[in-house]
Design a protein around this ligand. Structure first.
Ligand code: GLN
Length: 506
């Protein structure tokens, strides 16, 4: 009903059973119609996988939930999709998302909002920007799904929908064929009902790709494996009660009440969320893990730095959609001066991009302008460096991407960090508006606007700025009975450790 009130069509022609499940959640925006290639020995043979609509899959529309790309159907597969198909996965279709990945609630979409499947009658958000992927897994439409995570877009929806979500180390999964939002932060991520499925998909797609200039080389992967094997603890996550006595887990310090000192846990954090975290900590402690309070002094500046860097990179990446070479062309009105190319571009771009994207493009262009560059863009890059050093100062595994940090890694450091994935359970969707399908009508509304939306990312952006692996695992529920997740964060390249810890927690 929510979707109908929004004016969203609930009709699809193929994959009728999945479609029925999709009708109330609006997680899928197109269904594939193909026969998967069997790969008998693959662990993901026949697994059904949905793909976020900013990742290209041959002959399926890839709209990025934007009016700008409404008519775009790539003739090729992104490297990740090709790897999945070769391993026998059944690609079921494309998932709803925030436009070009910009948002935290999956409300900035020409396809309309995603309704959280946990209890559709409550009309809550599935989170964003990969809300459709998380909801598709939670609703049983597919076994696993691909999303992208630039600042939290996999971990936040995973937490809100009660599924597992991995943002891998930056550079491990190829971005070739993935439509860029902010290149230096964008990661392809994986959703699944449990950690095993996420692990199998991750192992299938985590390979070097010469087509992606930021793909981690085989050499750096080997270097990471070697240094991790040397410095990380052994435990058997397959046992019911594994012995974790070799494991050191860092908990970023909670702010003391009324403290003005910068601390990791923001004051906006719902206190019942901390209760779930405490239960997980207790269990890990009972299994022998050492819990270490740690401090990440630069993290309070992470959110501001993230939004400056992400918007600046977006303004550059999205410049290609000029309505002539790329993107939807909207002809100038009769009588307009056609000799001014800027007007031609502006007309198509104003019509093709929704409000949130336009806001980011303005902010990003300003941050890169001569007047603002030092105070905003460079300052944000400095903060990003400090955040990376904060993490390096607490992990005992060295940062293999930096030549200096092997010396600096503390021997009494921690193996991973644990913190809540989100500051609250799934928020309510903004009240329905007529005709969300029109991008020009895609204006922010109460629950989806203002600083509140941006605050949802406060716990996830530090790992994004540092390029670290982070896994959100369901960890019970908040006081309202809705799911919440905890995040395990590791040093760059420690994705395997993070996943093994996830198995202990789930
Ligand atoms: N909510 C954040 C943003 O809008 C993160 C989105 C993402 O990770 N793609 O930028």
């Amino acid at each position: 009903n929510y979707l109908r009130t929004c004016g969203i069509s609930t009709e699809c022609s193929t994959r009728r059973v999945l479609d029925t499940k999709n009708v109330t959640v609006n997680a899928m925006v197109s269904f594939a119609n193909h026969t998967p290639k069997p790969a008998a020995h693959s662990r993901i043979n026949n697994l059904t996988v949905a793909v976020k609509d900013n990742i290209c899959a041959a002959n399926l529309p890839t709209t990025c939930s934007s009016s700008m790309l409404r008519a775009f159907t790539p003739p090729f597969d992104a490297t990740v999709v090709e790897l999945l198909k070769n391993a026998g996965a059944d690609i079921v279709g494309k998932t709803n998302c925030d436009e070009f990945g910009m948002g935290s609630l999956n409300v900035n979409s020409i396809h309309g909002p995603v309704i959280n499947p946990f209890k559709t009658s409550e009309g809550r958000s599935a989170g964003g920007s990969s809300g459709g992927s998380a909801a598709a897994v939670a609703a049983g439409i597919c076994d696993a799904a691909l999303g992208t995570d630039t600042g939290g877009s996999v971990r936040l929806p995973a937490s809100y929908c009660g599924v597992v979500g991995l943002k891998p180390s930056y550079g491990l999964i190829s971005r070739w064929g993935v439509i860029s939002y902010a290149d230096s932060l964008d990661c392809v991520g994986v959703f699944g009902k449990n950690v095993d499925i996420v692990n199998d998909i991750f192992n299938t797609v985590s390979v070097f790709d010469s087509k992606d200039p930021t793909s981690a080389t085989a050499e750096i992967r080997m270097k990471a494996d070697a240094s991790i094997r040397h410095s990380l603890p052994h435990f058997d996550e397959n046992q019911a009660e594994p012995n974790l006595s070799a494991l050191r887990i860092g908990i970023p310090q909670e702010s003391p009440p009324h403290s003005t000192s910068p601390e990791y846990f923001p004051t906006e954090l719902d206190s019942t969320i901390l209760d779930s975290l405490r239960r997980v900590i207790k269990r890990l402690q009972n299994l022998g893990a050492t819990i270490v309070p740690v401090s990440l002094p630069s993290t309070p500046y992470a959110l501001s730095a993230y939004y400056v860097i992400a918007s600046a990179e977006a303004s550059s990446n999205l410049a290609r959609y000029d309505g002539i070479q790329y993107g939807r062309h909207v002809p100038l009105p009769v009588g307009a001066d056609k000799t001014k190319p800027a007007a031609v571009y502006a007309y198509s771009r104003s019509a093709g991009f929704g409000n949130e994207v336009r806001k980011r493009l303005l902010l990003g262009t300003y941050a890169l302008s001569a007047d603002a560059f030092d105070n905003y863009f460079l300052q944000a890059q400095r903060v990003r460096k400090l955040i990376r050093s904060d993490f390096n100062a607490i992990f005992r595994a060295p940062d293999v991407l930096s030549s200096l940090s092997a010396l600096a890694a503390p021997t009494d450091g921690v193996d991973a960090l644990l913190h809540p994935s989100a500051i609250q359970s799934a928020p309510l969707l903004p009240p329905p508006k007529r005709s969300q399908a029109n991008a020009d009508d895609n204006k922010p509304t109460s629950a989806g606007s203002g600083l509140d939306t941006y605050l949802q990312d406060i716990l996830t952006v530090p790992a994004s700025l540092a390029g670290l692996p982070a896994l959100s695992v369901p960890a019970g529920s908040a006081a309202d009975g809705w799911p919440v997740g905890v995040s395990v964060v590791g040093q760059w390249g420690c994705d395997d450790l993070v996943l093994r810890m996830g198995r202990v927690i789930e």
